[in-house]
Ligand binder design. Structure first.
Ligand SMILES: Cc1cc2nc3c(=O)[nH]c(=O)nc-3n(C[C@H](O)[C@H](O)[C@H](O)COP(=O)(O)O)c2cc1C
Length: 364
């Protein structure tokens, strides 16, 4: 009997193969987790789950280094170094000369960004300029720093205040004033955090773009490592596109048709020159997303965070839909809309405080 041509046997073989593969993978993983080398071998030979991430990290690193070394206009480097200089300016006690090892590359990138700036209203240009002006005012006694100071002043021209009038508020370290503080109470914030629940049923009502923008402006104030903000919010409110994108993650089954606006949050790995920072896109984007979700609630809107699964066929579809570059990774999605008052919301009781918090190794 020809086993290969027997359809029943073929069917059984097809069913058994993935199961066998899974069993073998399970056994191998039990063996390989014991050493880093074996773990690498395992993920190289038997499981390619990380391959897309590897490539994205490397593509981001190469893009970052190229822009810093060849083009000398690396925006992320300039943001990071401006942040580092601000930290030097606010240090106690303050040193007169610091940042000597990176001031030349900072001015390189400043020059590139300054010359290529297309958006004259970009407030970060003023921030770079003000911080560097303040830094050079204090550190130019050092001959090496003085060279960079001369270059900087040549780039911005003779005016000391190239991006605003002398009376403008300078974008440099400052002391916080009581009158500028928010009067939102803890109780109000706690109430808002309880009000925000994952909502999956929305009214069939368009979400105004101004409200999305307002919520993103709140998200934009979130902390991020070295202020690099390595993320983008790709917003979809065209019904056909929402339909298409809502199908891409796995977790929208059953309610995808209810989503009015969908945001895909994308991470940019070209913000880093080193693998040590490869997780920061996820951290920074998540912090911003949390603020975004709370802001939506204050605007009468609700949302549901939606997981982005790192599964090759879905990755390929999302890559195509968003026209992503190799260094860009989808991080998560947000389904948004006006909450349907009749739609139910999961209670989602949270873990007790003592389970998630410890002081000095104890929960007391
Ligand atoms: C990273 C992340 C991924 C999530 N993925 C999904 C998802 O795919 N589908 C879904 O319906 N809900 C998803 N959720 C919502 C969670 O189920 C929800 O946050 C959790 O059950 C707690 O409920 P709460 O948001 O109402 O407090 C996700 C939430 C997060 C933070």
């Amino acid at each position: 009997m020809n086993l290969k041509s027997n359809p029943t046997l073929k069917k059984i073989a097809r069913r058994l193969r993935p199961r066998n593969e899974k069993v073998i993978q399970k056994q191998l993983s039990k063996l390989c987790y014991r050493s880093r080398l074996l773990s690498s071998v395992y993920y190289f030979l038997f499981d390619r789950s990380f391959s897309r991430e590897y490539q994205a990290v490397l593509a981001g690193k190469v893009k970052h280094l190229k822009e810093a070394e060849r083009i000398k206009a690396n925006y992320f480097l300039l943001v990071r170094n401006t942040h580092r200089i601000e930290k030097g300016l606010l240090m106690r006690p303050k040193r007169n000369v610091f940042a000597k090892d990176y001031i030349a590359e900072t001015v390189d990138s400043f020059e590139g960004v300054w010359k290529n700036q297309q958006d004259r209203n970009n407030p970060q240009i003023k921030w770079f300029t003000d911080v560097l002006t303040e830094y050079f005012a204090g550190a130019s006694s050092d001959p090496e720093v003085a060279k960079s100071a001369n270059r900087f002043h040549k780039i911005i021209g003779t005016t000391t205040d190239a991006t605003g009038s002398a009376t403008d508020c300078k974008a440099i370290p400052y002391v916080r004033l009581d009158q500028d503080k928010s009067n939102i109470s803890y109780d109000e914030l706690y109430k808002l955090s309880r009000q925000r629940r994952s909502v999956r049923w929305f009214l069939d009502k368009q979400v105004p773009r101004e409200l999305i923008d307002k919520a993103i402006l709140v998200a934009n104030q979130s902390p991020s490592a070295c202020n690099r903000q390595p993320f983008e919010f790709r917003v979809f409110d065209n019904p056909e596109m929402v339909k298409e994108v809502a199908k891409l993650p796995m977790g929208t089954k059953g309610y995808e048709h209810s989503i009015q606006t969908m945001i895909v949050i994308v991470g940019n790995l070209d913000a880093y020159y080193d693998e040590r920072d490869r997780h920061v896109i996820y951290i920074d984007a998540s912090l911003a997303s949390m603020s975004l979700m709370l802001a939506l609630e204050t605007l009468g809107l609700s949302s549901c965070a939606i997981n982005w699964p790192d599964l090759e066929p879905r990755e390929r579809k999302m890559e195509k839909f968003l026209a992503l570059n190799k260094h860009q990774r989808p991080i998560m999605c947000l389904g948004i809309g006006y909450p349907d008052p009749e739609g139910m919301v999961a209670f989602s009781e949270k873990r007790p405080l003592h389970q998630i918090r410890s002081f000095n190794h104890t929960d007391k």
